[in-house]
Ligand binder design. Sequence first.
Ligand SMILES: Nc1ncnc2c1ncn2[C@@H]1O[C@H](COP(=O)(O)OP(=O)(O)OP(=O)(O)O)[C@@H](O)[C@H]1O
Ligand SMILES: [Mg+2]
Length: 355
Amino acid sequence: MTMTDTATPGSSQGAASDKSGSDPLIQVENLTVRFRTDEGLVTAVDGASFHIAPGEVLGLVGESGSGKSVTAKALMLLNADNSVYDPASRMIFDTGSEKIDILSLKRPKDRMIIRGGAISMIFQEPMASFAPAITIGNQMVEQLQLHSGMSKARAKEISVEMLTRVGIPDPAERFGQYAFEFSGGMRQRAMIAMALSTNPRLLIADEPTTALDVTIQAQVIDLMKDLVDEFHMGILFITHDLGVIAQTADRVAVMYLGKIVETGPVRQVIRTPAHPYTQGLLNALPNLEDLDAPLTPVAGDIPSPLERPPGCVFHTRCPVFIPGRCDAAVPEMVNVGDQHNAACYVAADEKKVPA
Ligand SMILES: Nc1ncnc2c1ncn2[C@@H]1O[C@H](COP(=O)(O)OP(=O)(O)OP(=O)(O)O)[C@@H](O)[C@H]1O
Ligand SMILES: [Mg+2]
């Protein structure tokens, strides 16, 4: 059996919701990314499988270092030169006219489509994404022309329109300003406008709200939700905050030490988390009904990626660890609910499914 959230026996993929029922925009199977380092090969992503349908937001959540950004960058082939993709990795992207195997795109020209064309990315720190000495507008125009070959006048028209769409006041004037003249929230909106101007089918948002204060964060999240509805694109929304995922995503994939340990519809995963790691992440969130209750972060430290634990990667921190079982073999993803899967022997036992 492959470790996928679609091929798992018993999952009723396609029956439940419109969104996840349509043909996936992106289908990732067994994505394994390692890095050559002086200390040896580091595994950053280990056999990750997921899919995103048009109009669907998949939340990818996990602690720092779990492999979220490496997964995101893999989709655009943006990982550093010391990265090594396992040959079993597959990332099939539907461009709208054909299905392409992302890892087979070797020439820069072929990669354009996944780099700011049909796939766009917005980052945590928008300041880093804009060149300081070029106006926001000119950067948007350049990006558009690069991907579409349209005239400068038309590219400007679309850019101003996009700035308007994301709620930037006086867009024509803002078009001629530099990134430092924008507030943090405005810059994030401008980056979203730039990412969307090429009309991508898949938007990757890597911690897009982490650097923002809570009010602006909520506005940016609302904006992104409106844009999904309007443009019907798929979104991979990355954050370490399950609270943000609950507000944003349709489905969630929980990542720990490079492995996706649980996937499912967001409400179901939050109400009935199956994997002890997901349960730990949820216990670490503040309880609004009892603000005096102590927060209980997941105990222990994340092991070094150079010394990945055998068996279940979470067993060294797991409160329900079964010696001799959890540290002996890697648990496979099993179906624990409607479109809800987890890779945990204990969860499988509880659901009485063979793991
Ligand atoms: N070029 C590289 N060379 C070596 N190791 C790398 C490289 N890039 C990433 N890694 C390692 O891959 C692992 C996953 O990193 P990644 O940036 O994906 O984490 P993350 O989940 O995005 O964390 P954060 O929440 O802090 O952004 C880390 O252990 C990181 O050190
Ligand atoms: Mg990251």
